[in-house]
Design a protein around this ligand. Sequence first.
Ligand code: GLN
Length: 486
Amino acid sequence: MELWRLTVHEAHELLKRREISATELTKAVLERISQVDGKVQAFLTVTDELALKMAEDADRRFASGEGITPLTGIPIAIKDNMCTKGVRTTCASKILHNFVPPYDATVVAKLKEAGAVFIGKTNMDEFAMGSSTEFSGFFPTHNPWDLSRVPGGSSGGSAAAVAAGECLAALGSDTGGSIRQPAAFCGVVGLKPTYGRVSRYGLVAFASSLDQIGPMTRDVTDCALLLNAIAGHDPMDSTSIPQPVPDYTQALVADVKGMRIGLPREYFGDGIDLQVAAIVQQAAERLAQAGAELVEVSLPTTEYALAAYYIIAPAEASSNLARYDGVQYGYRAPVADDIVAMYCRTRKEGFGHEVKHRIMLGTYTLSAGYYEAYYLRAARVRTLIRRDFERAFERCDVLLTPTSPVPPFRLGERTDDPLLMKMSDICTIPANMAGLPAISVPCGFLDGLPVGVQFIGKVLDEMTLLRVAFTYEQLSGYRNLLAPIG
Ligand code: GLN
């Protein structure tokens, strides 16, 4: 048996019955990485020694029968913007190329406690700014379904690693779609939880009012298991929600009878590839056949969401990224006459083009005289977006849309067209602006490339999302889709 093909819950059953060991499983995954990662390039760092040590610890837990959780001994990859104590955390930026955090992000600490095995840190767009992983400061990641195409972004390394069997599951982060869009492009499941459901402590900040960490997995069951492990209030993150965490596996019920599923008309029209829209529409019809009620709704402010996002996110980024000055972290320009020259050179040499572009945009829109015209207006649009959703949710329990307006595009195809690149996120950004949970699950293929359907839920209603996603997964049979590579 090729152990890397197992989902988290399948592997757990075998580990529990002691039919396989965590060490065997980890070795199989490391072997798989050495076979395929030369082509996929999903990892910035493979932590093989640490993984084997953690696997031994997990095996000790199984031997003693103590401290066993559904994630014990499971090889998991972590996006390289989450701090891992003693393990390089670069955000795929030259400016952090040598940064080794002295502490663990809360999600990382929680996975450690659960006994998970850390297999490595995954590639991403620099500081999570991008939609294709081509803006990594080091190298692009390739889509394992077609190596000439992008895996999506910014969590492209995590998505590609899950789809290529280079880990059993991964963590990603999502500010405007960075978990869901790459999940859709790579044929995996990706969940962005409600803003505040998962702690952001130790997640390197991009746009703090939008950032959220979530699971990327090969099926919906695994997604619920990971969410169980990482969700919850954290005193170290003042925006984390002080609410108890339900057992998300309780949502894994294949039944949508009477559930009202809203189809927002703006997500099936302009700017959406017709073939993608048709496949996603079929997914809705499948759920209707299973007893759900389809309701047409409207989210009219959607058309302004992208523009408002590109005011708010860069504004927050320009402030968050001010800390990279060559003094406290990472890269420092070697030659400079004085301290100001040192700051300037460090930032000039350390940041990539896209990051500089965002810092300039953000600094401009926050500057005196422009703040009201741009930032304040964008904040108002954000309120309107939230109200749109509230109104829609009076008529339905969950919304169904495409995850990405287009199938995975070719490497290089959009790098010179910033607007086209940013259009990749038109379906995902509104949920971030409103702080709502949303999940992408595979729903078909176009010319051999995966297409994803997105479900958007009410605040803290991850349960309904997981239930509809699980039901759809049972109906469609699209689960544990491994890319044909290797
Ligand atoms: N693609 C969007 C951006 O470039 C979203 C990125 C993300 O969610 N981190 O900002």
